[in-house]
Design a binder for this molecule. Structure first.
Ligand code: CO8
Length: 368
């Protein structure tokens, strides 16, 4: 089996930011309008009044202070509450491919490689813009990569599972160099009118370049696990047209039982990482840095504490969700991208995602 290395990473960040305060202001205006327009029904008890959101609650419950989005005006318009993405013609590059290409170019530049050196492109994200042709194949063509490409989706674990797939293709010799891309346009699948989750997500695009020549970070081992749960669910899909509610039901966007997810996923993730490390002959104490999935600050603190038997420092388990919010599968990759240069040769790290499925993916890496 060939050894596999992470040779470069890239992160494209949208230029538009929504702070908690801005988000809550527009949400609360939406609530006011809804309650005014439905005053008679609310009075009669046939319509449930909406309750305002609160910026302090959001930061305290999640650790999120702001999020980057690709289109802010539509989201913040209380009469709309949804981003505006004009449809592009079939002969124009699609939005998802465009941001995938931008992040990919950064990863290639970081590794000093050309697109033509790449013979596998995986577009691994929690939502794909269309069923076919695959976004990965569009990106492969736009960049000028050779070989083959495909899309895959394991929700928040798409990126780590994508790296696992790419690493296996490289280990077996099926491909020589792979790009794993995570263009996460979460804003299009978030219900911005739902107080329980309107603050959770942000947009971003990530890229990871893998190869078999020693460079960057060696992947010492990869571990993927899944366990079925409907506690994070989205029923949007090609069957919707045949359903009585069509595309319209609340179930066609992201929804979750946040408390249950928190309670069930934390122990699963901590056990998964501990088991992965011990299988490779390491303990959590051997790890210099944990680049964890970025959904909730308390969740990460709890997982790191379970592993280390003490609170982790921000240096040991860096946080990016305060700025980026939850970016679905991109969170642990952004953390790795931003917080890896200061580590020394031989330092050990763990990249780990956890989320819908449930799904957990981890990679134990060592700086070359
Ligand atoms: N403002 C004010 N109060 C609020 C708000 C709000 N916005 N929302 C809820 N409250 C209130 C509730 O009504 C409740 O009040 P009461 O106690 O009176 O009933 C109180 O606050 C507490 O509510 P919760 O129990 O819901 O709040 P939590 O403390 O559990 O915090 C969180 C909510 C932050 C959502 C938390 O549960 C959490 O982060 N859980 C983990 C979630 C997680 O990790 N999910 C992973 C999902 S991501 C994934 O897998 C990828 C999916 C694909 C991406 C799709 C893109 C869109």
């Amino acid at each position: 089996m060939n050894p596999v290395y992470i040779a470069g990473t890239g992160v494209w960040t949208p230029s538009e930011v929504i702070t908690n305060e801005e988000l809550v202001q527009s949400f609360n205006r939406y609530v006011e309008l809804f309650n005014e327009r439905n005053a008679a029904g609310i009075e009669a008890g046939t319509v449930a009044a909406l309750t305002p959101s609160n910026a302090e609650f959001i930061e305290k419950a999640s650790g999120i202070k702001q999020r980057f989005v690709m289109e802010k005006a539509g989201i913040l318009d209380p009469e709309r509450m949804f981003p505006i993405f004009p449809q592009r013609a079939d002969d124009e590059v699609s939005l998802m491919a465009e941001i995938g290409v931008t992040a990919a170019r950064q990863a290639l530049a970081a590794a000093g490689r050309e697109a033509a050196d790449v013979d596998l492109v995986i577009c691994a994200a929690s939502n794909h813009q269309r069923p076919y042709p695959a976004i990965a194949v569009e990106i492969q063509s736009a960049l000028g990569c050779t070989g083959y490409g495909y899309d895959m989706n394991v929700a928040c674990s798409s990126a780590t599972f994508g790296i696992e797939q790419a690493a296996n293709a490289l280990r077996s010799g099926q491909a020589k160099r792979a790009l794993v891309l995570g263009p996460e346009i979460t804003s299009a699948h978030l219900e911005w009118r739902d107080r329980d989750c309107h603050f959770i997500f942000g947009d971003v695009s990530t890229a990871v370049l893998l190869e078999t020549e020693p460079s960057g970070w060696e992947i010492l081992g990869s571990k993927a696990a899944t366990s079925f749960s409907s506690n994070i669910r989205n029923n949007a899909g090609f069957m919707n047209r045949g359903e009585p509610n069509g595309q319209e039901g609340r179930d066609k966007l992201f929804r979750q039982e946040g408390r249950k997810v928190f309670k069930e996923v934390c122990p699963m993730a901590a056990d998964h990482i501990a088991g992965h490390l011990s299988g490779l002959g390491f303990t959590p104490q051997d790890v210099r840095r944990f680049w964890l999935h970025q959904a909730n600050l308390s969740m990460n603190q709890l997982i790191a504490k379970k592993l280390l038997d003490r609170d982790a420092t921000l240096d040991e388990a860096p946080v990016i969700l305060d700025r980026y919010a939850n970016t679905a599968s991109a969170g642990s990759i952004i953390a790795f991208h931003e917080y890896k240069e200061d580590l020394a040769k031989g330092d050990l790290g763990v990249i780990c995602s956890f989320g819908a499925g449930y799904s957990i993916g981890s990679h134990v890496v060592r700086k070359v």
